[in-house]
Design a protein around this ligand. Sequence first.
Ligand SMILES: *[C@@H]1O[C@H](CO)[C@@H](O)[C@H](O)[C@H]1NC(C)=O
Ligand SMILES: *[C@@H]1O[C@H](CO)[C@@H](O)[C@H](O)[C@H]1NC(C)=O
Ligand SMILES: *[C@@H]1O[C@H](CO)[C@@H](O)[C@H](O)[C@H]1NC(C)=O
Length: 366
Amino acid sequence: MGALSYITQLIIFLAVGLSVVNGCPPSDRAALLAFKAALREPYLGIFNSWTGYDCCHNWYGVSCDPETHQVADINLRGESEDPIFERAHRTGYMTGYISPAICKLKRLSSLTLADWKGINGEIPRCMSSLPFLRIIDLIGNKLSGEIPRDIGRLHRLTVLNIADNNITGTIPGSIANLSSLMHLDLRNNRISGPIPRGIGRLRMLSRALLSRNQLSGTIPSSVSRIYRLADLDLSMNQLSGPIPASLGKMAVLATLNLDFNKLSGIIPASLLTSGISNLNLSKNSLEGKIPDVFGPRSYFTVLDLAYNNLRGPIPRSISQASYVGHLDLSHNHLCGRIPAGSPFDHLEASSFAYNDCLCGKPLRAC
Ligand SMILES: *[C@@H]1O[C@H](CO)[C@@H](O)[C@H](O)[C@H]1NC(C)=O
Ligand SMILES: *[C@@H]1O[C@H](CO)[C@@H](O)[C@H](O)[C@H]1NC(C)=O
Ligand SMILES: *[C@@H]1O[C@H](CO)[C@@H](O)[C@H](O)[C@H]1NC(C)=O
């Protein structure tokens, strides 16, 4: 009995001792508690587990570096399949703000605070001094203020996702220094001003999603130097000037959405012979003829050129395309016979409506 209780005590002693050795540093714990104190999550109780000394164990959404035992990741998603959400039969909702205390977590590698709908305030400026940050994912909140000017200091950053917030100001030029950035998502904010010329230096970037903002100026042709870029979405902004023909020479660009801007000039022929399969140029001020350059390599799941000032005929070569899934040429000034051929067999009249004088199937006979 005595021996047993001695062993029990020894085990407790060791357990406490280990948790002090392996647990998070008191300063990290204090920073997390300050972070928690600035937020209010009334429905799920996700912060209920943030108690006790060892913030590296069983604190919901927190994980630590296995070697340094410092906090490395905060991963809190308001839409998740975690049992906490299933039990509550609802998605998350959180108000409050992101405490600058987070910048005391010197080893922080990822901050995901996504889809909580109600978190407001600014992105703490000091976050650009966290040298280990790889992921910033703050999508789906009510954050306001500007992107920190010196964000370019985060040379390990691979993901910057602040879509669906209320961010204003311009895109900082320093963003061009984010040499590890792979995924940039600024969609659906109120960001204005030009796209920084230096964006072409982001050699790792594969997705650049900037739609639904108030960006103005021209599309920097340096974008076409981003070798890995597969998805470029600049739609629903105020961009003007011509479409750089070099966009059609990009190695892996598959989706190009430039719709709902103020782009002018002609449609570069290169775009129609490139690997782009999802092309939306609708709702601009593009003019001239549709280039007659389609061929067996042309493969479009979407080709939307509606609501421009395009003139002339629909090029006959388009019937050579290997596939055209969704075609929209409506609301232009096209004229002449609609080509026949397999890409056209399934198209409806609405694809061709509101032009000057198109005729033939599926419109009236010529
Ligand atoms: C966005 O911020 C502006 C003030 O800058 C505010 O008037 C507006 O209500 C905010 N919108 C949302 C959806 O929070
Ligand atoms: C990018 O980094 C370089 C070198 O660190 C620095 O000199 C330059 O000012 C930075 N550019 C911007 C726009 O912050
Ligand atoms: C192309 O963009 C327009 C304007 O933003 C949009 O209404 C349309 O649905 C888009 N087309 C496709 C096929 O997604």
